[in-house]
Design a protein around this ligand. Structure first.
Ligand code: SF4
Ligand code: SF4
Length: 368
């Protein structure tokens, strides 16, 4: 398992985590085995916006002995007091639900306490007015909540909340469908969404990713808006290439499904290559690099995707990206303009020209 560091909290988080939306459907024993399998495979990050309250005792039984080695995202506003999932903006209901979750998880602390599911500015106003945000802060003061998160599907609302309060993790819905206006939570334009990724990277806010397969649509040619199926591995790689992203949270409910997710770590570059999306209807990158790495290998050993990512972040004001660029052993200054990447790029990026641009920009930025 590969791990990524949340720069705001220092937490070392597995790049593959587990989402719990349908964990309970497998039944207690299989779900316990699946969670233990995930933990043994190096997964240490679990989202608990579960589809049903039955999920919490399952987690408690599976993982309470290793609690100190794992991270839980717990949602203030996800109500399980009656068993089924419900969304609540009522403070007393939220308090009861959080207490129930902690008891059933057999824990007394929350790694990431989430401002849950804010998709309208009015949700946020009500959330604050009803004292739920203050309650999270109160628990943080007491050490029960360690860090604060925000879950939302809507860039406009994310920006509004991030302008107002300090968060340590954003849970956002990312996949190639949503990024190009296709699917239930395809909120915001491609540029709005890209701006969120860059903002999080710049501010050190990690992103945990929900809906990585668009509820399974992207895996089935007959359901996909693109008319072609992607694999779970292509979707995961796409997500994990986005700036700011720390962990993808696919759902899993059986040992077999967890094993399939763990296989991500062993896949070859060819198996992870998602550049086929360049052929899809609706996908238009206008010659912008998506960091996919399809143009590899560069004869000079330049990691073309990474150099481009640092450049885009630097241009959008992320000074840390310039520092990261500096540490690369081989960078745009080493480009010999051979054009191999130009001919290989399915997204029509004129990369050899872009490398000159990056070289000039970074040389100037590094002198400053
Ligand atoms: S230049 Fe093209 S192929 Fe290479 S990383 Fe960027 S988008 Fe992918
Ligand atoms: S043009 Fe530059 S970046 Fe592209 S493959 Fe050749 S040396 Fe590498």
């Amino acid at each position: 398992m590969r791990y990524r560091i949340n720069r705001k909290t220092g937490d070392r988080i597995s790049e593959i985590g587990i989402g719990s939306s349908y964990m309970f459907e497998a039944g207690h024993d299989e779900a316990v085995k699946a969670l233990r399998k995930a933990y043994e495979g190096g997964i240490n990050y679990f989202d608990l916006a579960a589809g049903h309250g039955d999920s919490f005792p399952i987690y408690g039984d599976a993982l309470h002995e290793v609690r100190k080695n794992i991270f839980y995202q717990i949602h203030f506003g996800a109500d399980y007091t009656n068993g089924e999932y419900g969304w609540s903006l009522d403070l007393e209901t939220v308090k009861r639900s959080v207490a129930k979750m902690l008891k059933e998880l057999r824990t007394d602390y929350i790694d990431y306490g989430f401002i849950h599911c804010q998709d309208e500015v009015s949700d946020w106003e009500t959330y604050k007015k009803n004292g739920i945000y203050d309650y999270i802060l109160e628990l943080k003061e007491k050490g029960i909540v360690r860090h604060i998160g925000l879950s939302s599907h809507t860039p406009e609302v994310i920006n509004k909340i991030m302008d107002e309060v300090d968060i340590d993790m954003l849970m956002f819905s990312i996949n190639p469908g949503y990024d190009f206006g296709q699917g239930e939570y395809a909120n915001g334009s491609t540029d709005d969404r890209t701006q969120i990724y860059r903002r999080c990277e710049k501010e050190g806010v990690g992103i945990s990713v929900m809906k990585p397969f668009s509820g399974g649509q992207l895996l089935d040619a007959s359901l996909s808006p693109f008319g072609k199926a992607l694999t779970i591995y292509q979707c995961l790689k796409y997500i994990l290439d986005k700036p700011g992203v720390l962990v993808a949270l696919p759902g899993a409910q059986s040992v077999r499904e967890v094993e399939a997710l763990l296989e991500y770590e062993n896949k070859t570059d060819e198996e992870l290559d998602y550049s086929v999306i360049s052929e899809f209807k609706y996908v238009d990158f206008n010659g912008k690099c998506v960091y996919c790495g399809h143009c590899k290998p560069c004869p000079m050993g330049i990691d073309i995707g990474l150099v481009n990512k640092y450049y885009d972040l630097a241009v959008s004001g992320d000074l840390m990206a310039v520092e990261h660029y500096r540490t690369l052993e081989v960078n745009a200054s080493d480009c010999i303009g051979c054009g191999h990447c130009d001919s290989r790029c399915p997204f029509s990026v004129h990369q050899s020209e872009r490398m000159q641009q990056i070289r000039e920009y970074m040389e100037a930025a590094c002198v400053k």
